[in-house]
Design a protein around this ligand. Structure first.
Ligand SMILES: Nc1ncnc2c1ncn2[C@@H]1O[C@H](COP(=O)(O)OP(=O)(O)OP(=O)(O)O)[C@@H](O)[C@H]1O
Length: 273
């Protein structure tokens, strides 16, 4: 084969692979319905979550945002009255199939909540908690994990000299980054964030937003936010939920500049919610 032609074909193949990789979905949700007892909270959700991108979930209070992301790691099943149907595939496997290993899913999906929730332990012990429970005992390895995770969570420089101090001595913003470090220490593929900055001041919020931008190089991120500017600033895709349904799911720039649905437009321009 002519080398130039061969190289060209090769580069076309690798370009195609790159595009496929870039658009690969980590989750595919199809016809997903969920009830709490008699009350239906999610209706026919069809949505894919792209890999290594930030997906923002927006919508008024009670529209099902938290329920949706808690379905993605099956945490929602902890509520005894929950019933569901439809499918949610993670990396091509149906997470609700009886033989699916929920422990594996939980290891692959870290979660960060609205209010920072460190354990009443030292900064170091918070970060190594997950790896320890996964059986890692060697001090050197645990120390390496702690340093790496705290660096990735952009907290290392602020805490490296006080790792043995109680985590409650950190500011709210630092505690939230510690919770992110704790989640990174288990090496997840996905990070689910439920309004992670709503309890934080603007400076801490800015730090978390910057962190999210950096983390998406290695992780797929789903973030619930009530802050439209935040969704517009940090996400690649945005889904607008209303009354348990996905009204619109599109590239963030498109959704905010040219919403297709009148309800999306009304919500993002502050007419309700
Ligand atoms: N544990 C539960 N038991 C019964 N109903 C619930 C439970 N959790 C949520 N719901 C109901 O499901 C619906 C969706 O709630 P969800 O918390 O998912 O909404 P949300 O969009 O995240 O709201 P917010 O923005 O206020 O956090 C609501 O009607 C809520 O009352």
């Amino acid at each position: 084969m002519n080398t130039v032609k061969g190289n060209k074909q090769l580069s076309l193949v690798s370009l195609k692979e790159k595009v496929q990789e870039e658009t690969k979905a980590i989750y595919a949700v199809e016809k997903f319905n969920l009830w709490y007892g008699e009350n239906q909270a999610l209706y026919g959700i069809d949505m894919t979550i792209p890999m290594n991108k930030v997906t923002a979930i927006i919508g008024p209070s009670g529209c099902g945002k938290s329920t949706f992301i808690k379905a993605l790691n099956r945490m929602v099943e902890l509520v005894p009255s929950v019933r569901m149907n439809g499918t949610v595939t993670y990396d091509g496997e149906n997470i609700f199939s009886p033989k699916y290993k929920v422990e594996e899913l939980r290891t692959n999906t870290g979660m960060v909540f609205q209010h920072p929730n460190p354990f009443p332990k030292s900064i170091y012990e918070n970060v190594v908690y997950g790896p320890r429970t996964h059986g890692i005992k060697k001090k050197r390895i645990l120390e390496e994990i702690a340093e790496k995770s705290l660096k990735e969570a952009a907290l290392w420089d602020e805490v490296k000299d006080r790792l043995d101090e109680n985590a409650f001595g950190l500011s709210g913003g630092q505690q939230q980054r510690l919770c992110i470090a704790r989640c990174l220490a288990i090496e997840p593929e996905v990070i689910l964030m439920d309004e992670p900055t709503s309890a934080l001041d603007p400076v801490s919020t800015g730090k978390i937003e910057e962190l999210v931008q950096n983390l998406k190089k290695r992780y797929s991120i789903v973030i619930i936010t009530h802050n439209m500017q935040q969704a517009a600033r940090i996400s690649d895709k945005t889904a607008f939920f209303l009354d348990g349904q996905v009204v619109e799911h599109a590239d963030t720039t498109t959704l905010f500049s040219h919403p297709e649905d009148k309800r999306t437009e009304d919500y993002i321009t502050g007419r309700f919610g």
